[in-house]
Design a protein around this ligand. Structure first.
Ligand code: ZN
Length: 153
C-alpha cells in the first residue's frame, strides 16, 4: 500500500489515501502542513516531512530545527484562528505509541471551551467523523488567513 502522506495530489477535493492540495495550509521544500480529515477537534492539523521518514530519531539536526520552527508557527496560527485557550501537540512513534501511518507526523490541536474533554483516545477512534471537502476548505482558508496575518506571504 502506498503512503498517503507521500501522495500529494493537486486535487480540489479531499479523499482517502492522499493529501489533496485543498488540505494544504503551508509547504516548503521539506515540510507540509495540512488539515486532518479526521479532526479530534476543529482546527486539528498535521505537520510532516515530505520525505518518508518513519522515525523522529532519524531526522537530522537541521531538519529538527526547521521542524520546530514550523511547528511553533503552525501552533500560533491555529491558536489565533480559533481563539484557542490552549493546544495539544502529539507525536506517536511506533505501534506501541499508537502510530497508524508510518510516516512521521505531528498532531497540532487547538483547544477551546466549545470542544473540551479528552482528546487522545479520539485520535484512534474509528468512528470519528471524517470531514468533507467543504469543511476542510473552510478551515484551511481560515488558518491560511491567520498565517498571512502573522507571517505575511
Ligand atoms: Zn510516506
Amino acid at each position: 500500500m502506498s503512503c498517503p502522506f507521500c501522495t500529494i495530489e493537486e486535487k480540489d477535493i479531499v479523499g482517502k489515501g492522499f493529501v489533496a492540495r485543498a488540505q494544504i495550509i503551508f509547504e516548503n521544500e521539506k515540510f507540509i502542513l495540512f488539515y486532518n480529515l479526521k479532526p479530534v477537534f476543529m482546527g486539528h492539523i498535521l505537520l510532516s516531512p515530505k520525505k518518508h521518514i518513519p522515525s523522529f530519531l532519524e531526522m537530522g539536526e537541521n531538519e529538527v530545527e526547521e521542524m520546530s520552527r514550523i511547528l511553533h508557527m503552525a501552533t500560533k496560527a491555529v491558536v489565533h484562528t480559533y481563539n484557542a485557550e490552549g493546544f495539544n501537540i502529539a507525536l506517536q512513534e511506533g505501534e506501541i505509541a499508537g502510530q497508524s501511518i508510518p510516516h512521521l507526523h505531528w498532531h497540532i490541536i487547538p483547544r477551546t471551551k466549545d470542544e473540551s474533554g479528552e482528546w487522545y483516545e479520539k485520535i484512534e477512534d474509528p468512528s470519528l467523523r471524517v470531514v468533507g471537502t467543504e469543511e476542510t476548505k473552510k478551515n484551511v482558508a481560515l488558518i491560511k488567513e491567520a498565517w498571512r496575518e502573522l507571517y505575511g506571504g
